[in-house]
Design a protein around this ligand. Structure first.
Ligand code: AKB
Length: 316
């Protein structure tokens, strides 16, 4: 079996931090090369500075470490993307194309480029959006994700590059902070509940969105990447989700543990983004193709988040 050497872009990000740790457990510390725009002084392991829009440095690192796989997590997310549409389009698209080109040129064995529920817009049904529903996103982030999905399928069909992808819903975890997303409230709320017993939510009551616990998101990613190639029927990106909830449903579950926790609502521009997204998507093809099944529902997610954040105050 080929010994894998894996490069991760955006390794300091919310998913990157946790995915790198999981990959190290699977493949060994010396086989994971974490990269990001800025160094994280607390990081233990091989780390390289990389702006993923810089194809020369990406190529140098691939040759230096004899990389066989890339997980491309670096991206400007939905809310931040709206503050600079053309700039974030450039970052998201040029980094994606750099990774795909590197995959083709260096004949990488696999490439993971995540997509998002943000590919769907107002035209999609609110509940259970089918895998093949035509994506009409309203954010620049969503537009770049749709383009990235199609580029991934193109590289697979034209060059045989094994590109795989998931449409991540909002990801909730205690290990790392999110940044620049519309679903970030669902992590922030835990930190504020513990520290201040109050949270002002930037999304309004009733805004139900598809979500997933970090453990499930990492498990889904690794399961997809481990699946035999002939089980992958979707080469754009698989619909993926675990649960759906609104801010007040999440707050009420947190109140089961922190009785004096209160929330008020001050929706900002992110409400407009959330209004365009579905409340749930149909991930039955992921369940069928590679046995995807989430382990966490709302109750178990809230309990696990609070257990970890209360036990380890440095995380809260
Ligand atoms: C965001 O809110 O932008 C992300 C996503 C759903 O892709 N968390």
């Amino acid at each position: 079996m080929q010994r894998e050497k894996i490069l991760v872009t955006g390794a300091n990000g919310q998913i990157g931090k946790v995915l790198v740790a999981a990959l190290k457990k699977l493949f060994g510390n010396d086989n994971i090369i974490a990269t990001d725009l800025r160094a994280d002084n607390t990081y233990e392991g091989i780390f390289e500075l990389l702006d993923a829009t810089d194809s020369n440095t990406l190529s140098k690192l691939i040759m230096q470490y004899q990389i066989t796989q890339i997980y491309h997590l670096a991206a400007v997310l939905s809310a931040k993307g709206e503050t600079d549409p053309t700039g974030s389009w450039h970052i998201n698209m040029s980094s994606t194309l750099n990774v795909l080109e590197a995959g083709r040129i260096f004949k990488l064995s696999k490439v993971f480029i995540p997509s998002s529920i943000a590919v769907f817009g107002q035209s999609a049904p609110k509940e259970g959006v089918p895998q093949s529903f035509y994506p009409e996103p309203a954010t620049v982030y969503g537009i770049a994700k749709v383009a990235g999905e199609n580029w991934g399928a193109y590289y697979f069909n034209k060059y045989g590059l094994d590109v795989r992808s998931l449409r991540y819903p909002g990801v909730i975890g205690y290990q790392s902070a999110p940044g620049g997303g519309t679903t970030d409230y669902a992590v922030d709320i835990f930190h504020k509940a513990i520290k201040e017993k109050h949270y002002t939510c930037f999304l309004d009551k009733g805004t139900r969105l598809p979500m997933i616990y970090m453990d499930d998101a990492i498990r889904a990613t690794l399961k997809l990447m481990e699946a035999p190639s002939d089980q992958i029927s979707i080469r754009t990106a698989y619909n993926l989700q675990a649960l759906s909830f609104s801010p007040e449903e999440l707050a009420s579950e947190i109140q089961q543990y922190i009785g004096d926790f209160s929330v008020d609502y001050a929706p900002d521009f992110r409400q407009g983004i959330a209004n365009g997204w579905p409340a749930s998507i149909d991930d039955s093809i992921a369940r069928q193709d590679w046995n995807w099944k989430p382990a966490y529902g709302l109750q178990s997610l809230v309990k696990d988040m609070l257990d970890h954040l209360i036990e380890s105050p440095q995380l809260a």
